[in-house]
Design a protein around this ligand. Structure first.
Ligand SMILES: Nc1ncnc2c1ncn2[C@@H]1O[C@H](COP(=O)(O)OP(=O)(O)OP(=O)(O)O)[C@@H](O)[C@H]1O
Ligand SMILES: [Mg+2]
Length: 350
């Protein structure tokens, strides 16, 4: 069969478009495309929500696993997990980068039997609080004092500056990503304050480095809490308050109600020390956030917009401090409004 000529329609022959007009048309098209894409560029990566791996209680799924696996037993921990090297250490646990079925995992070992009570409390909390806010539990063995969790190669929040200075992650070193991290941190606190077990206080946080060391930075730049060894329960309706440890605390990182109230003339006595509630965590938020915001272009603008809520967090009267939920809400509003401002400024420039 004979092929039809390409343009068999009759009509006037189109005139050649001058090159300058073509260039202008191409530029207009590029601008339109950029304008449309901006909305996507300025929206931060969505944080994963839901249970890790969406597995039933007592099961987990990490990495490329297709199915949920039950928590590993003592026997499996002894035979299937290969300990590689030390990845971190605290007062309660020594943590080893390890391997299980060709996957990197974190094996925590109790450092000293004196700390067994804290270790078991941490394990109980890990088991009960499995969610997107908490490191994924893979197994445990009380007889051997071991806990197996998902390994996070970027380590704890103490490493944040080092990580963000690596060329691989420099593109994440923006006020947007840093504010998202601060928001994530407040989200974890909010989760603990409204946990399935009740209102839990993050007690293992008497100074900034200690606080940072309890949270891990995941590879997709969100935050999970890792160390749940000191999470006492507040019950407002029964009047149950808490104390973070039995020793005297000092400094202005901890909330004022955590300090010995009777002056230097009276020696510290734990029995006389008044107890307090979850608002001690709220007092610490501005300091942790300020660390997470760091010193990049735009950090101070964010600090300025968070000034009022942070001032409220630092109320001397605990009851006047906002809830973690209120702080979270403000952080999200500030993020959205700053993102919209930057987006409309960029559009105006185009
Ligand atoms: N799953 C993990 N992936 C990567 N690093 C980890 C993991 N778990 C723990 N680490 C590293 O080990 C350090 C110590 O862990 P952890 O805070 O659980 O110990 P700890 O003895 O309970 O601490 P503390 O002295 O606060 O009681 C962490 O700060 C972190 O650097
Ligand atoms: Mg710790």
């Amino acid at each position: 069969m004979e092929k039809q000529p390409r343009d068999s329609r009759k009509g006037p022959v189109p005139r050649e478009v001058p090159p300058a007009v073509r260039l202008l048309l191409a530029m207009a098209l590029m601008n339109a495309l950029l304008y449309l894409c901006l909305g996507r560029v300025f929206i931060s990566p969505q944080h994963y929500s839901g249970n890790p791996g969406h597995c039933p209680y007592g099961h987990f799924k990490i990495g490329q696993m297709k199915n949920c696996s039950p928590w590993l037993s003592c026997e499996q921990l002894r035979t299937e997990v290969r300990q590689l090297k030390c990845a971190g250490e605290g007062a309660v646990k020594r943590v080893f980068l390890s391997e299980w079925k060709e996957q990197k995992v974190a094996l925590s070992r109790l450092t000293s039997l004196e700390m067994k009570e804290d270790f078991l409390h941490g394990l109980q909390m890990l088991k009960s609080l499995q969610s997107k806010h908490v490191v994924t539990l893979l197994g445990y063995c009380e007889d051997d004092n071991t806990i197996l969790t998902e390994y996070h190669p970027l380590g704890s929040l103490s490493n944040l500056e080092v990580t963000l200075n690596l060329s691989k992650y420099q593109h994440m070193n923006t006020w947007q990503h840093r504010l998202q991290l601060a928001t994530d941190y407040v989200r974890v606190i909010s989760y603990l304050h409204r946990s399935p077990l009740g209102t839990l206080v993050m007690c293992d946080s008497n100074d900034l480095p200690k606080t940072l060391s309890q949270y891990l930075l995941t590879s997709n730049f969100s935050i999970v809490v890792n160390d749940l060894d000191a999470l006492p329960l507040v019950n407002h309706s029964s009047g149950t308050l808490v104390k973070c440890g039995h020793r005297e605390l000092h400094g202005d990182f901890v909330a004022p109600e955590q300090l010995w109230p009777f002056g230097e003339g009276v020696p510290f006595d734990d029995d006389l020390m008044p107890s307090y509630d979850e608002k001690v965590d709220i007092w610490k938020i501005p300091d942790v956030s300020s660390f997470l915001l760091g010193h990049v272009e735009g950090s101070d603008m964010v600090r300025f917009h968070l000034f009022n809520i942070h001032k409220a967090c630092k109320s001397q009267t605990a009851a006047e401090r906002p809830s973690a939920e209120d702080v979270l809400d403000t952080y999200q509003k500030v993020f959205n409004s700053l993102r919209d401002t930057v987006m409309s400024q960029t559009r105006e420039m185009l």
